[in-house]
Design a protein around this ligand. Structure first.
Ligand code: CP
Ligand code: NVA
Length: 321
């Protein structure tokens, strides 16, 4: 507690004990506070003063899919906060042999202080959260990737000094990353434009919910099939893969369908000259993004990846401390 006072960290106290399944469940104020807290935690961590707010606490980390950033940043984040992250691949758990989510949720609640899960199905994560008596954090599902979006906001905030009123353009698949980015942008009053090929649009229900949030915060959401419209005068240009985990069988078709949606020099010429390029990673150079853009001077991808660590510590500390 003393350390906490020394650095004047303000945890988001309204999130104590809460799940993080989607940022739609959080208020705009909570999201904005998490971004500010992430930046604070980044500074004090670099000074070697990250407070041990989660001493003695264990986060169970269940993965049904691959991960580099999510797995390592959560594990290191727990360690920096004085706690422990425990990796579990779903196929090694009894869940992989058909044990119910209900029983798993109750059993894990007896051992752990929180669960982070990367799963195929958002419905499964919801069911887990419903029955667990400890907080559950979504580390990516088929519909959302909220931890990524928080790190994205932090990266923009730290480099642009503001979020409200900026324009972010996402070009590609209307997927989990796109959904969370739209919701997160709405919460901070950032204008967001999403350009996808026909048939790959974002989920209409998610966009409708985000729209209500955006209206309250004075920002707009533009849904289009035209990349140039999306990128026009953008402060931030964002890419994700065309083929997400679990969609490998569609890869060849997607490669065709997404032709014309590559973020390259020609496309970013429509953005502001000081635009930031972001990508959640992993990336496929010369597919969704040209090498000259992702490895160019406007790219912030590695800073963005690092910020997963700090944004998640803000979430972990607020919900678990
Ligand atoms: N961006 C992201 O979630 O990366 P990983 O799949 O490596 O966790
Ligand atoms: N949309 C991608 C994001 C990876 C972090 C996927 O789901 O595979």
């Amino acid at each position: 507690m003393k350390l906490l006072e020394e650095v004047q960290l303000k945890l988001v106290s309204s999130l104590k004990g809460k799940d993080l399944l989607t940022l739609l469940d959080y208020t705009s104020e909570e999201v904005q506070q998490l971004v500010a807290l992430s930046s604070q935690l980044k500074i004090i961590t670099k000074e070697g003063k990250c407070p041990k707010l989660l001493e003695g606490k264990t986060l169970g980390m269940i993965f049904e899919k691959h991960s580099t950033r999510t797995r390592i940043s959560f594990e290191v984040g727990m360690e920096q906060l004085g706690g422990k992250g425990m990796f579990m691949h779903a196929r090694d758990l009894q869940i992989g042999r058909g044990e119910s989510i209900y029983d798993t949720a109750h059993v894990l609640s007896g051992y752990l202080d929180g669960i982070m899960i990367r799963a195929n199905s958002h419905a499964m994560v919801k069911e887990l959260a419903e029955h667990a008596t400890i907080p559950v954090i979504n580390g990516l599902t088929d519909i959302y990737h909220p931890c990524q979006a928080l790190a994205d906001l932090e990266t923009i905030f730290e480099n642009k000094g503001e979020l409200q009123g900026l324009k972010i353009a996402y070009v590609g698949d209307g997927n989990n990353v796109a959904h969370s980015l739209v919701v997160a942008s709405a919460h901070v009053g950032m204008h967001v434009a999403v350009a996808t090929p026909v048939g790959y649009e974002c989920d209409a229900e998610v966009i409708a919910k985000a729209q209500k949030i955006a209206e309250k915060n004075g920002s707009t959401i533009t849904i289009t099939n035209d990349p140039v419209t999306a990128v026009q005068d953008a402060d931030v240009v964002y890419a994700d893969v065309w083929t997400s985990m679990g969609q490998e069988e569609e890869a060849a078709k997607r490669l065709q369908d997404f032709a014309g949606y590559q973020i390259n020099d020609e496309l970013v010429a429509h953005a502001k000259s000081d635009y930031m390029f972001l990508h959640c990673l992993p990336a496929h150079r010369e597919e969704e993004v040209a090498t000259s853009v992702i490895d160019g001077p406007n790219s912030y991808i590695f800073e963005q990846a690092e910020n997963r660590l700090h944004a998640q510590k803000a979430v972990l500390a607020s919900i678990m401390a």
